[in-house]
Design a binder for this molecule. Structure first.
Ligand code: ASP
Ligand code: MG
Length: 401
């Protein structure tokens, strides 16, 4: 069982979590619990470190931000003990949950489960601080923001758990963000691959890396609410889903910015000359289109980066501009990426056409397109986001009855 920040936001909610854990114990399960920090706490800790030094020592950053989870693990253990449930807390270093040494976004390498296993068998609940591990230099590491999802899935894999229940403030995975599309439906099941696309294309329910890990280790994950008893969404293998929709969900991301370089020379090596300096500056490029050149000599090149990287990307390109040779650089931060996702696309034709037609009917211009086997993404003007989502949701037959 994993509980996110809003589920452990105050003492009353921690007691609520304890009651849920107790219920599982009483129905005969061995339970390991992973907790996040109380909501808002990690942001506060990060802000304090940045106030002291924007270019801080990443090892000390981890020392500070990992404390949020230490608090909740201890509090939940106390709450459980108070209810008569045998429980103890575990910090990453105590297990140990070994990670690499990339402080601030470390990857889990090994979980020593010997002692945990022994105590679970003895009927003790393990309350594990999420988000944290111990690095090769024997110092505390953290797994990147939202990392306790990954802690939970990794622990479930290591312990061979029947299931990894991720409790959060929404009651499952929806066909689209219900705040924007009122007809969005909760999915009973979704495949790992679809969930992976959803998470990396903007849906914020699960940390992308946790889905990757669940897929690789075949951990059955359930996303559900800690505030209701409704069943959640199961993230499972494709063959567990009998009736597959062609499109299962629609995701969006506002964290996009577009850059167009006009009149770039149309000759070998130019793409490498553009994207090389961006890669050197650790700027990730996502969608790319190169237009046909009208005169056979120059072409326009459009691509996207995250909004946070836009200014830096423009600077890198300006600096490289003398060598590159282009006419103009046009940055645009008012764009969003809308993606339709579904494993059914592999076997159905016309899915892209439906998307293009639907957007055309609403007069929405598509600026960039990219596709993979199970998703189609388009970049559109931000002001049309809600209109596009609703129209596509209807067009793919996803609307709730
Ligand atoms: N508390 C950490 C964060 O806010 C980890 C998590 O909640 O998953 O990023
Ligand atoms: Mg989270």
């Amino acid at each position: 069982m994993k509980f996110g920040g809003t589920s452990v936001a105050d003492i009353e909610r921690i007691k609520n979590v304890a009651r849920r854990v107790q219920r599982e114990v009483e129905s005969g399960n061995q339970v390991a619990v992973v907790v996040s920090a109380m909501s808002g706490v990690t942001n506060q800790l990060v802000a304090w470190v940045n106030q002291l030094s924007p270019l801080h020592d990443a090892r000390e950053y981890d020392t500070v931000v990992a404390t949020g989870e230490q608090v909740t693990s201890g509090l939940l253990a106390v709450a459980l003990q108070e209810m008569g449930v045998n429980a103890r807390s575990w910090q990453g270093w105590q297990i140990p949950l070994q990670s690499d040494g990339v402080h601030g976004k470390a990857r889990i390498q090994r979980i020593d489960k010997t002692e945990l296993d022994r105590r679970l068998t003895d009927g003790q609940v393990a309350v594990v601080a999420g988000f944290q591990g111990i690095g090769p230099d024997n110092r505390i590491t953290t797994l990147g923001r939202g990392g306790s999802d990954t802690s939970a899935v990794a622990l479930a894999a290591a312990l061979n758990a029947d299931r990894c229940d991720i409790y959060t403030d929404v009651d499952g995975v929806y066909t689209c963000d219900p705040r924007l599309v009122t007809k969005a439906r909760k999915l009973a099941k979704i495949t790992y691959e679809e969930m992976l696309e959803m998470a990396s294309l903007g849906a914020k329910v699960l940390q992308t890396r946790s889905v990757e890990m669940a897929m690789n280790h075949r951990v059955r994950v359930q996303v559900l609410s800690s505030f209701s008893d409704a069943p959640g969404t199961l993230v499972v293998d494709e063959d567990e889903i009998v009736e597959k929709e062609v499109v299962s969900g629609i995701a969006y991301s506002r964290d996009e910015a577009k850059i167009t370089l006009t009149r770039v020379a149309d000759k070998p090596g130019v793409a490498a000359a553009i994207f090389g300096p961006l890669a050197d500056a650790s700027i990730n490029v996502d969608m790319i289109v190169q237009n046909v050149s009208e005169d056979g000599r120059t072409t326009d090149m459009t691509f996207t980066v995250t909004r946070a990287d836009l200014q830096r990307a423009v600077k890198v390109l300006r600096d490289a501009g003398k060598k590159l040779g282009f006419e103009e650089i046009k940055p645009d931060a008012n764009v969003v990426k809308v993606s339709v996702i579904g494993v059914g696309m592999r076997s159905h034709a016309g899915v892209a056409l439906t998307m293009f037609r639907t957007l055309a009917e609403k007069g929405i211009n598509i600026e960039v397109i990219s596709t993979s086997e199970i998703k189609i993404s388009v970049l559109i003007d931000e002001q049309y986001l809600e209109l596009a989502l609703r129209a596509l949701h209807t067009a793919y037959g996803l609307d709730a009855a």
